[in-house]
Design a protein around this ligand. Sequence first.
Ligand SMILES: NC(=O)c1ccc[n+]([C@@H]2O[C@H](COP(=O)([O-])OP(=O)(O)OC[C@H]3O[C@@H](n4cnc5c(N)ncnc54)[C@H](O)[C@@H]3O)[C@@H](O)[C@H]2O)c1
Length: 327
Amino acid sequence: MSTLVIGGAGYIGAHVVRLLLERGEDVVVVDDLSTGAADRVGRATLAELDVAGPGAQESLEKLMAERGVTAVVHFAAKKQVGESVARPAWYYQQNVGGLANVLAAMENADVKHMIFSSSAATYGMPDVALVTEDTDCRPINPYGETKLIGEWMLADCERAWGLRWSALRYFNVAGAGWPELGDPAALNLVPMVLDRLARGERPKIFGDDYPTPDGTCIRDYIHVLDLAHAHLAAMDYLEGDAPIAHHVFNVGTGEGASVRQVVDTLGEVSGLDTTADVEPRRPGDPPQLIASPDRIGKVLGWKAEHRLEDIVRSAWEAWQAGPRRIG
Ligand SMILES: NC(=O)c1ccc[n+]([C@@H]2O[C@H](COP(=O)([O-])OP(=O)(O)OC[C@H]3O[C@@H](n4cnc5c(N)ncnc54)[C@H](O)[C@@H]3O)[C@@H](O)[C@H]2O)c1
């Protein structure tokens, strides 16, 4: 029996792979290494495969049968909002097409459990203090749309052939559970700031005139290790054949931190000058996005253990352990 982690060579997936290996599971990783790296999967078996490419469904089916796969954790996706606006069809091919291939393979290989990486991007710009899973989903870009469609596909497969599934809507993921597993992409706030500092440039803040206490956007930052544990809790919840009360879970802390707080915290933990340049607002950035973590707490018994300073410190330590060490 084994767990198939698709996209397990990436930032978040590699954390889940490591936790699964630590608890003694047999883990197979499928990844096309488009943004992932082979050295992140440890002693898990790695099969290099583009799940959105030709013949993917058949290859996945064969792998599932050969390795006795009983559960799939599906991370593989493209995740850049701006790119999704510029290349929508490709995002649908990758994120929706890739998931369709995985689900068709699961159906044929009789694999019944799936944990899916969804996103707070499914909500769009909700005008509420705390976002619950019942808040309306109105994604404002193709990336968020592909995630919401992914959830619908899982619900359809449940109705058709009994798939047992959870979709985790991640809020702002940051930090590192191990120094060698830091976020390699400069797409989210903390690595973006580190990237600029490494170039000898000042961090940028996009907009300081939002209706928030310090004028900068507020987000719910979740430590990647806490997030990885949420996947294990969701996998355990699907075990057995008890009816599934809830499929969709926010993964966040319920607490917000402003962009300026994050940048200042990075200055404190690193000892660097993180004085930022303020740029105009970016379109599509809601002033505040904070998860209600009530449902995941009640149903999965999960709660975040780490707060902002741990998150930022672990990201800093991971950065300093990598090739672009500062100072
Ligand atoms: N990082 C975040 O802040 C965040 C927030 C919300 C949701 N998510 C979602 O979480 C998942 C993982 O994100 P991440 O930050 O670890 O990103 P990542 O880019 O580090 O990981 C994605 C992994 O999937 C692989 N992959 C991509 N397309 C593939 C394909 N067609 N076939 C096979 N492998 C493929 C990549 O090589 C990479 O290893 C994604 O689905 C993303 O949309 C991430």
